[in-house]
Write a protein that binds this ligand. Structure first.
Ligand SMILES: *[C@@H]1O[C@H](CO)[C@@H](O)[C@H](O)[C@H]1NC(C)=O
Ligand SMILES: *[C@@H]1O[C@H](CO)[C@@H](O)[C@H](O)[C@H]1NC(C)=O
Ligand SMILES: *[C@@H]1O[C@H](CO)[C@@H](O)[C@H](O)[C@H]1NC(C)=O
Ligand SMILES: *[C@@H]1O[C@H](CO)[C@@H](O)[C@H](O)[C@H]1NC(C)=O
Ligand SMILES: *[C@@H]1O[C@H](CO)[C@@H](O)[C@H](O)[C@H]1NC(C)=O
Ligand SMILES: *[C@@H]1O[C@H](CO)[C@@H](O)[C@H](O)[C@H]1NC(C)=O
Ligand SMILES: *[C@@H]1O[C@H](CO)[C@@H](O)[C@H](O)[C@H]1NC(C)=O
Ligand SMILES: *[C@@H]1O[C@H](CO)[C@@H](O)[C@H](O)[C@H]1NC(C)=O
Ligand SMILES: *[C@@H]1O[C@H](CO)[C@@H](O)[C@H](O)[C@H]1NC(C)=O
Length: 593
């Protein structure tokens, strides 16, 4: 190469690079090379990700392979997300120094190999998001160095042997999203910090032995077929930060001893059959940030001691049988970002403070017996998110820091910024401030007894995507210009009120036909530039008489029309795609943690 390039500086640079390369080249042990080639020979590699696996003795040229610089043996095989398919070849068991095996997010099939006990060094095994089937071999527990096993999102089946006890080293075990069944394994590894058995077919009760694993920091068995009660010894799990028993058929009451799990950040017991009162023992969990007890059969009032849960950011108590008022316990949850008490039997007034938690972005009080007026401005200042001054929402992640033996939870809130007061007994006028929240995306006041007019000026509601004021007694003219100005609006429902006036002939309105304006006897829909109609008689009118009428005559004709039921074929040509239905998520969109 020096011949072609006589520049001495450049020559020196090239020599230097060559030296660097040589010092970094590493001879791959020939036995491991053969094992890797055997592994590759069984795979179908559409994207040619393993094209560098040619048999070259230099380990550094092999994609995803790391070798020991002393022995040349493979220590790490990391090939996540490369669309590799085919069976897991047993040759992987012949890599005696392998410490890290990450083949996650491929399309590997076959059964889980035992990983010959020769693989004494295997510490990290990640085969998540593949198509591995069959059972979990008990021999896998003989891998003494294992500290993390992630087999989530595969097709693993059958029950897990009760003898499956990993060594003290095992910190993380993730079997989530498989088809495992039978009883819940009671003893999986004494040093375990993270255990995820969610979304399988485990049945029976939560084994009491599991509550002896007092180092456990995160436990999920959500989405299984568990029955029975939460063990009274649950409070022995004193290191727990996240407990998820949701989507099972667990009954009984929440044990008082839950207060023993004093480090809990996240407690999800939703979609079960829990009864009794809302356990005041929860009050001891003063670091709790996420509480989801929705879809159970809890009764009684929200106990005042719960005021002690001052760190709560997301609370979902929806679809229970809670009674009483939204009381001072809730008022103390000043960190709240999401609150749902939908579908209970709560009564009394809606307090002003409910709208003024500094960071609240989603407030769902629907389907209760709240009465009286929606509080006016002046008693409070609506929260920053409603006012579009809140934090933007990035992505949710769970960081598992295995090195420090400590789990870290990172999260953000993705819920719609919304207020849902629908299905109550609220009366009086809608206060003006509710129509002036620039951050609001969803407002549902339907099925109440609200009166008065919708303000003409809606220009401060630039983010509004869904507005439902149906089934009230609102009167006055429809604020056509104001609604036209709502650029983001995708769902509108003003049906079953006493609104009057003219719905203009604009695409903006036609796409909400026919339901959005129904049941307003005084409302009339502009039919062509010369007239409007909005009655049952519309069909007749379209056929004949009114067609020739000009101006006011036809406008008046529709004033007197009765039930509004649009003649669909008249408006069909204006129908846009069906309005998207915005439903305030009653179970908040926390990512799997
Ligand atoms: C071998 O690797 C280790 C860590 O990866 C490094 O500290 C050491 O300096 C390397 N030895 C040689 C001879 O390159
Ligand atoms: C396993 O791999 C998946 C996908 O690459 C990743 O999301 C997951 O965090 C990994 N599991 C562990 C325990 O590191
Ligand atoms: C995964 O493999 C199966 C056959 O084993 C095949 O039908 C499927 O298309 C593959 N999926 C992807 C994403 O490559
Ligand atoms: C577990 O909890 C029970 C009752 O809550 C208690 O009597 C027992 O001593 C606890 N066991 C351990 C090992 O902490
Ligand atoms: C829920 O628990 C009650 C008793 O508290 C019982 O009568 C009912 O059958 C249970 N429902 C389900 C679906 O398990
Ligand atoms: C709401 O209150 C009315 C009477 O005030 C009562 O008849 C009704 O059952 C209550 N609804 C609920 C869901 O508690
Ligand atoms: C609302 O905010 C204004 C200033 O922005 C302040 O003067 C007023 O006291 C606040 N009201 C309440 C009830 O906090
Ligand atoms: C509005 O509500 C009425 C009655 O609840 C329903 O029939 C109609 O489909 C709704 N319209 C839209 C556009 O959501
Ligand atoms: C508003 O609330 C009512 C009653 O809770 C519900 O039926 C309706 O679907 C909601 N509207 C929208 C647009 O989500």
């Amino acid at each position: 190469m020096a011949d072609r390039n006589p520049n001495p500086n450049s020559l020196r640079l090239q020599l230097l690079l060559l030296q660097l390369l040589l010092s970094n080249s590493l001879e791959l042990h020939p036995l491991d090379r053969d094992s890797l080639l055997d592994f590759k020979s069984q795979l179908s590699d559409h994207t040619a990700s393993l094209s560098t696996w040619t048999g070259d003795p230099d380990c550094t040229t092999w994609t995803g392979v790391t070798c020991s610089n002393r022995t040349g043996r493979v220590t790490r095989l990391s090939l996540p997300g490369l669309s590799l398919s085919g069976p897991l070849h047993p040759s992987l068991s012949r890599l005696p120094s392998l410490q890290t095996l990450d083949l996650s997010s491929n399309n590997l099939s076959g059964t889980l190999p035992c990983f010959n006990a020769a693989v004494r060094s295997l510490a990290y095994l990640n085969l998540s998001r593949n198509s591995i089937a069959g059972g979990v071999p008990t021999c896998i527990a003989s891998l003494k160095a294992l500290s993390a096993v992630d087999l989530s999102s595969n097709g693993l089946r059958y029950s897990i042997s009760p003898r499956l006890v990993f060594s003290d080293r095992l910190i993380l075990l993730d079997f989530s999203a498989n088809s495992l069944s039978g009883p819940v394994p009671a003893r999986v590894g004494p040093g375990l910090l993270f255990l995820d058995l969610s979304n399988n077919g485990f049945s029976g009760e939560i084994p009491v032995e599991l509550t002896e694993m007092n180092g456990l920091q995160s436990f999920s068995i959500a989405g299984n077929r568990l029955t029975g009660e939460i063990p009274a010894t649950i409070g022995n799990l004193t290191s727990l930060q996240s407990l998820d028993l949701s989507r099972n058929s667990i009954s009984g009451s929440i044990p008082l001893s839950i207060s023993g799990c004093f480090q809990l950040l996240r407690l999800k017991l939703d979609h079960n059959n829990l009864s009794g009162v809302l356990q005041p023992g929860i009050a001891a969990l003063d670091g709790l940030r996420f509480l989801d007890l929705s879809h159970n059969a809890l009764a009684g009032e929200i106990p005042l001691p719960l005021a002690g849960c001052r760190s709560l950011e997301s609370v979902d108590l929806s679809s229970n049988g809670l009674t009483g008022e939204l009381n001072g316990a809730v008022e103390k949850w000043t960190e709240l970002r999401e609150l749902s008490v939908a579908g209970n039997r709560l009564s009394g007034p809606v307090p002003g403070w409910a709208f003024s938690f500094p960071s609240v972005r989603s407030l769902d009080l629907s389907g209760n017996n709240f009465s009286g007026p929606i509080p006016g401005d002046g008693d409070f200042n609506a929260s920053a998110d409603f006012n579009d001054r809140g934090d933007p929402a990035p992505v949710e992640i769970l960081v598992i820091d295995i090195v420090d033996r400590q789990l870290r939870f990172n999260y953000v809130f993705k819920s719609t910024v919304g207020i849902d007061l629908s299905g109550n007994l609220l009366s009086g006028e809608i206060p003006e401030w509710l129509f002036g929240l620039p951050g609001l995306e969803y407002l549902n006041l339907s099925y109440n007894a609200l009166v008065g007019q919708i303000p003409a000026d809606l220009k401060n509601m630039g983010r509004l995507k869904s507005l439902d004021l149906s089934h009230n007694s609102l009167s006055g003219e429809i604020p056509a210009a104001g609604i036209s100005g709502l650029r983001e609006l995708k769902s509108l429902n003003l049906s079953y009120n006493r609104l009057s006036g003219l719905v203009p002939r604009e695409e903006k309105f036609y796409r909400f036909f026919p339901g959005a304006f129904a049941g307003n006897p005084g409302l009339c829909v502009e039919y062509n530039s010369e007239g409007c109609r909005g009655a049952a008689e519309a069909e007749g009118m379209a056929v004949g008489a009114v067609e020739g009428d000009k101006g006011l005559v036809s406008v008046w004709a529709c004033w007197i029309s009765g039930v509004v039921s649009f003649y669909v074929s008249v408006v069909a040509m204006f129908l846009a795609a069906p309005a998207r239905n915005f439903i305030l998520p009653s179970s908040f969109s926390m990512a799997e943690m």
